[in-house]
Design a protein around this ligand. Structure first.
Ligand SMILES: C[S@@+](CC[C@H](N)C(=O)[O-])C[C@H]1O[C@@H](n2cnc3c(N)ncnc32)[C@H](O)[C@@H]1O
Length: 421
């Protein structure tokens, strides 16, 4: 476990209490960490930026240490306060005296537990903060890189922005962000991306309000680039959610053509309207699935279809470290992914593109889904993704790995429907 960051040095009782309550919401009530923290800070506006930083560092510190804490606790279910104490003491964040002032007798119990535990008993999976079954899978498929991958997923993600080229060039957006003191640099792989060295209150900044930039991981930008959307085309974003990739596709299309945002979750789709408006996009239309009549009339009518499938999100642990605590039914997920891909493929015209993508690092959700699809659909061929995006890796698929590419973890396959089908 890495030494604590210097941001976490002056922890007060208010920070400690907040972190303990938030961990209960995240671990025990299964709330998403970013959502729980966001609500908390909105309800506790008296907390300044530094206080927020301390609370966030405590919560994320525990979540990035979760497998080790669980192992040290043994079969005994421990409270989140106990986890917090063990984390603070064992990482040297607080000494026993300081911890006692914050946590009372729980500090003594934590010290006793730590003294009784032999670190040599930790397995590699726990040391790298990965559930055992996923660790085994990564060892098989990533070999010695499994540890590098796990460690990269245990670090904080950078703040990436996508520049909306409909409104500003990357150079212009960068200059304006620089004037605001945000010190952007260009992302190495995406021609649309800027990276900030630290978090910023972006929502009140003019470049965001005016739709010049949108927060989006560089890897997500690369998935949208893989679609190679062109002005005038008809494109469907089959699992559009709140439209992160829809907006990127619309900008690539220069707001010309037809762009359909499809999803089964009306609540997520409902956010696209205002986001598209801010981005200056008028070509986006939304449709809640399943809509059999619509799907039937649209058969074979799209130049390209993007399937950004629901998945285990193992590639996003930098941003969502709590996900490693959740049980995942990989069999059910793979079935769902196969069903969605088969349904989306019907929309692709002869000669058109079908892009299957996930933010998963598990073969069952990625290569296996594509292999199954190709085996059942002779009319589609896998195209080499590196002809569109070259990240220096071999093989027909786009595989983005945090330790190699500095992005979230992603997988994508680009398939072409044959002209004669
Ligand atoms: C990975 S998220 C999409 C994220 C989104 N593309 C973005 O860039 O922000 C997966 C989405 O798939 C949607 N979904 C789940 N089952 C679906 C189905 N059968 N058909 C279409 N969308 C589905 C979920 O509601 C969720 O919004």
């Amino acid at each position: 476990m890495a030494a604590p960051s210097s941001a976490v040095t002056r922890i007060r009782a208010a920070h400690w209490q907040a972190a303990a309550l938030l961990l209960e919401k995240i671990r025990d009530d299964r709330q998403a960490a970013d959502v729980a923290l966001g609500h908390w800070f909105r309800e506790h506006r008296q907390m300044g930026g530094r206080d927020r930083g301390h609370v966030t560092a405590l919560v994320y510190g525990v979540l990035r240490d979760a497998m080790r804490l669980q192992r040290m606790a043994g079969p005994q279910p421990l409270s989140c306060r106990d986890w917090l104490c063990m984390h603070a003491l064992s990482t040297g964040l607080l000494d026993h005296h300081a911890l006692h002032a914050l946590a009372g007798d729980a500090a003594d119990a934590a010290r006793t537990r730590l003294q009784a535990f032999d670190d040599a008993a930790l397995g590699d999976a726990e040391r790298h903060n990965v559930p055992e079954s996923i660790w085994r899978h990564w060892q098989t498929h990533y070999g010695h890189e499994a540890a590098l991958l796990a460690d990269a997923l245990n670090r904080e993600a950078p703040v990436d922005l996508r520049v909306n080229l409909l409104k500003a060039s990357r150079e212009r957006a960068s200059a304006v962000l620089q004037d605001l003191g945000l010190e952007p640099t260009t992302t190495p792989l995406s021609p649309w991306g800027l990276r900030l060295p630290r978090r910023a209150a972006l929502q009140s900044a003019a470049p965001y309000r005016e739709g010049w930039v949108e927060p989006q991981d560089e890897g997500s930008q690369l998935l949208a680039l893989l679609v190679d959307a062109k002005p005038g085309e008809r494109i469907a974003d089959f699992c559009a959610g709140a439209g992160g990739k829809t907006l990127a596709l619309g900008a690539a299309m220069q707001n010309r053509g037809e762009l359909w945002a499809l999803d089964i979750a009306a609540s997520r789709l409902s956010r696209i309207g205002s986001r598209a408006q801010r981005a200056g996009l008028s070509i986006v239309q939304a449709c809640v699935l399943p809509d059999d009549a619509w799907l039937t009339t649209q058969r074979g009518r799209f130049d390209a279809v993007l399937v950004d499938a629901p998945c285990s999100a193992t590639g996003t642990w930098r941003r969502n470290p709590e996900l490693r605590l959740r049980d995942i039914d990989f069999t059910a997920l793979a079935l769902q992914q196969r069903g969605i891909l088969a349904a989306a493929a019907r929309l692709v015209r002869p000669g058109g593109r079908l892009i299957y993508a996930t933010c998963s690092l598990m073969r069952d959700e990625n290569e296996a889904v594509v292999a199954d699809f190709i085996a059942r659909n002779a009319g589609f061929d896998v195209e080499d993704a590196s002809t569109v995006i070259n990240c220096g890796d071999s093989g027909p698929f786009l595989r983005l790995l945090p330790h190699r590419h500095g992005t979230d973890g992603f997988f994508a396959a680009r398939m072409l429907r044959r002209n004669d089908t």
